[in-house]
Design a protein around this ligand. Structure first.
Ligand SMILES: Nc1ncnc2c1ncn2[C@@H]1O[C@H](COP(=O)(O)OP(=O)(O)O)[C@@H](O)[C@H]1O
Ligand SMILES: [Mg+2]
Length: 113
């Protein structure tokens, strides 16, 4: 049995060891295309496998989404700069994040105090 670890409007995410599988809820999701394009930035999970309109398998990020993070537990200020750097890299790669929200950004445990 796969353990469900997250969901959003576009998919349901299940843990698979050190990877996750996101099963698309709707047709036309292009996560795999965007992930492939952004691999070199190091800001997105590694992409392993996908099937158009069905699923994408990617690296499981060991961390928490920004809405789960306790601000007192993270290394102050530097992670905000880290977030700015990530946004710069994504924009430089030709993407404008239009679905930016606390659930859509993960902070790895490396940022914990
Ligand atoms: N690679 C990942 N590693 C760990 N958790 C993830 C990963 N991808 C997604 N999640 C979790 O699943 C949730 C939903 O994933 P998301 O890609 O945002 O789906 P949607 O596009 O439907 O909003 C995220 O908010 C996060 O909690
Ligand atoms: Mg989401």
């Amino acid at each position: 049995m796969l353990e469900k670890i997250g969901e959003g409007d576009f998919g349901i995410v299940y843990a698979m060891g050190d990877r996750v599988i996101k099963k698309y809820r709707v047709a036309g999701c292009i996560d795999h295309l965007i992930l492939a394009d952004l691999q070199a930035t190091g800001c997105v999970p590694r992409l392993f496998k996908y099937q158009t309109d069905r699923y994408v398998v990617m690296e499981r990020i060991g961390g928490e989404t920004l809405d789960e993070v306790n601000p007192f537990d993270v290394i102050g200020e530097t992670w905000e700069q880290g977030l700015r750097d990530v946004l710069h890299k994504i924009v430089a790669a030709g993407y404008l994040p239009t679905d930016l929200s606390f659930e859509n950004v993960m902070l790895t445990f490396a940022w914990r105090v």
